[in-house]
Design a protein around this ligand. Structure first.
Ligand code: 6PG
Length: 252
């Protein structure tokens, strides 16, 4: 099945449209269920989307019944400029009437990221029954190298088949020069695993910018072949992802 692509002129239009689709999806779901679980993406592309959500008519959106989770996090304090939580706080959380207890940020205060990953999995297991988390909607970005969340090409985290959350190394940590031998630094990120992502009811990829054109073209043209190289192409939920793409990323 060919991926579903929705094409927009630029990041603003992409963000506005994705925000409207999130509102539509959450309202439809909350007409039939008590709460709605939304996984936020990190990086920069989602900023426009989050700001558009923050401008939404909060009375019409059932924000108090929406639970927020993160697909990945950099292992830094929540007020660090690199924090995905901080980006969401500044663009979304400070504006909307979201219940603080419904904001499930990835913890980064443990000395060991391994402890943090296990703690976040416990948080997820307290919300979800069953063998895997089933998020109502997962938002994902795409790196120019084909990564998504903090699942980078060549990462051992890509092969995890039982855990929901793992520590994940960045490319700089994955390919440390062999000499001089230095003690490996702890992974600098946390990430949901592919099986955890692949049980989502709905998945949106948000892709903007010319630097994504090459990898996006390979993924859209031959997803199976791309899956041998790019972690993002291994996100294959039962309900296929919808790709929100701007013209610079899609190309002519
Ligand atoms: C992160 C993100 C990462 C991001 C991609 C795309 O923590 O960096 O989760 O997976 O989505 O790197 O980032 P941009 O949208 O900023 O290009």
């Amino acid at each position: 099945m060919n991926p579903t692509v929705r094409l927009f002129a630029g990041p603003e239009e992409l963000g506005e449209a994705a925000a409207q689709e999130i509102l539509r999806l959450s309202q439809a779901a909350l007409a039939k269920q008590e709460s709605f679980s939304l996984v936020l993406a990190g990086g920069n592309t989602p900023r426009v989307l989050y700001r558009a959500l923050a401008r939404s008519d909060s009375d019409s959106v059932l924000w108090p019944r929406i639970h927020l989770f993160w697909g990945d996090e950099r292992y830094v304090p929540p007020d660090d400029s690199q924090s995905n939580y901080r980006m969401a706080r500044e663009t979304l959380l400070e504006t909307l009437p979201i219940q603080p207890d419904n904001v499930h940020a990835m913890p980064t205060h443990f000395p060991d990221p391994e402890e943090a990953a296990r703690a976040y999995e416990t948080t997820l297991r307290a919300y979800f029954d069953g063998p895997w988390p089933v998020f109502d909607l997962t938002l994902l970005g795409l790196g120019a190298d084909g990564h998504t969340t903090s699942l980078f090409p060549g990462s051992p985290a890509l092969e995890e088949q039982t855990r929901w959350v793992v520590p994940a190394a960045s490319p700089a940590e994955l390919f440390i020069p062999s000499s001089p031998p230095s003690p490996p630094s702890p992974p600098s990120r946390l990430s949901l695993t592919l099986p955890a992502l692949n049980h989502s009811r709905n998945t949106f990829f948000l892709v903007s910018g010319t630097e994504k054109k090459k990898v996006l073209r390979e993924i859209l043209r031959n997803p199976a072949q791309a899956a041998t190289r790019y972690p993002a192409a291994r996100v294959r939920p039962r309900n296929p992802a919808v790709w929100f793409v701007d013209r610079p990323a899609f190309g002519s």
